[in-house]
Design a protein around this ligand. Structure first.
Ligand SMILES: *[C@@H]1O[C@H](CO)[C@@H](O)[C@H](O)[C@H]1NC(C)=O
Ligand SMILES: *[C@@H]1O[C@H](CO)[C@@H](O)[C@H](O)[C@H]1NC(C)=O
Ligand SMILES: *[C@@H]1O[C@H](CO)[C@@H](O)[C@H](O)[C@H]1NC(C)=O
Length: 316
């Protein structure tokens, strides 16, 4: 009697274990929030794994080193470029790999992915350009010319910010791929990419991978709770509310400028500062073979009210 009960218990142990494992697996499947639809994850090695976003094409599938060279053809031109030798494809891809499992360049299929890379790099190119109309290759051929602001007009220290107070002797002028200005922006972005940028903002002009990481983090992260990120408004994750449509904010490239720069760029009509960002995006779409005719609706933000009206934004 005793032995057979013990035997039965021993026999049911593997079964219990199996049930426990199945329950755990079920819990994991629903964690990623994709509802009833089976959320399969895919593994593409170092670039993208453990997420359903990795099941589609990843960035290295459709954006190669030679294309990066075409987009940023003059960045190593030592006669004009101020960050010659700094920026490269490898740094971009290494940084992007941290965000591809979350949907950067991997949302919605290959064409949306290519458009998102062109849009993100369009911002980067416009913000780091030293192009002028007579420069070789035209004004759109000079993205990634800088990695930091050359003649800061101020110290960009906001002493009223208690969360990210300025560190004595440290300067918060513009640095990086989507230049970061102000102590509080270095603070929050540093927290996002797990680097002490408040004490060491110089990392963004010393390490191109970190510079791209900071920029992609900004692209992927809402400025405020309950707001969409630039990524969200671009790939169609965001549905405008009534307030948004009243403020002329619709999904598209224009709204990415609204999120990143607010009223420094948007709601001021067809100004050069806005148009040059749109032009970089369109130019990169052409160079990548997508075509600028696929740039999408709501390309500009000339009439949009800022999501976050104020003077303190990402930009100077
Ligand atoms: C994968 O690509 C298809 C189109 O090719 C798209 O419908 C689907 O949403 C994509 N998956 C994800 C997770 O974005
Ligand atoms: C840049 O930062 C990355 C991420 O922290 C690190 O792995 C890499 O070694 C750094 N590169 C250089 C040249 O310091
Ligand atoms: C509506 O938009 C305006 C301007 O962008 C903003 O100030 C206001 O807080 C918004 N209202 C709501 C309810 O979101």
């Amino acid at each position: 009697m005793r032995t057979s009960r013990a035997a039965a218990a021993a026999a049911s142990l593997p079964l219990l274990l199996l049930v426990a494992l199945l329950v755990a697996a079920e819990g994991r499947r629903h964690k990623d929030g994709s509802g009833d639809e089976e959320a399969k994850a895919c593994d593409k090695g170092w670039e993208c794994s453990g997420s359903r976003f990795c099941c589609n094409d990843t960035i290295t599938d459709y954006f190669k080193a030679y294309q990066f060279e075409e987009l940023f053809a003059h960045r190593n031109d030592r006669s004009l470029a101020h960050a010659a030798g700094f920026w490269d494809y490898h740094a971009f891809i290494t940084a992007a790999a941290l965000f591809e499992p979350r949907g950067f360049g991997t949302t919605g299929g290959k064409e949306v992915g290519m458009k998102e890379v062109a849009a993100f790099l369009g911002h980067v190119g416009a913000k780091t350009s030293c192009g002028y109309s007579v420069a070789t290759g035209g004004p759109l051929a000079w993205g990634l010319c800088y990695n930091h602001e050359l003649s800061p007009s101020q110290s960009y220290c906001d002493n009223s910010n208690e969360l990210y107070p300025c560190v004595e002797g440290v300067e918060y002028y513009g640095r990086g791929a989507l230049p970061v200005y102000w102590n509080y922006n270095y603070g929050i972005i540093g927290q996002g990419i797990k680097q002490d940028l408040l004490n060491h903002p110089e990392l963004l002009e010393q390490n191109a991978t970190l510079a791209f990481e900071a920029a992609i983090w900004r692209w992927m992260t809402p400025m405020k709770r309950k707001q969409p990120s630039a990524h969200d408004v671009f790939v169609g994750n965001w549905k405008p509310t009534k307030n948004d449509t009243l403020s002329k904010r619709y999904p598209g490239f224009g709204a990415t400028m609204n999120i990143l720069y607010g009223d420094l760029i948007c709601g001021q009509g067809s100004i050069d500062k806005m148009n040059v960002i749109v032009s970089h995006y369109q130019h990169y779409l052409d160079l990548m073979g997508v075509g600028s005719d696929k740039a999408g609706d709501n390309l500009d933000c000339a009439d949009q009210v800022a999501f976050n009206p104020s003077s303190k934004n990402l930009d100077s």
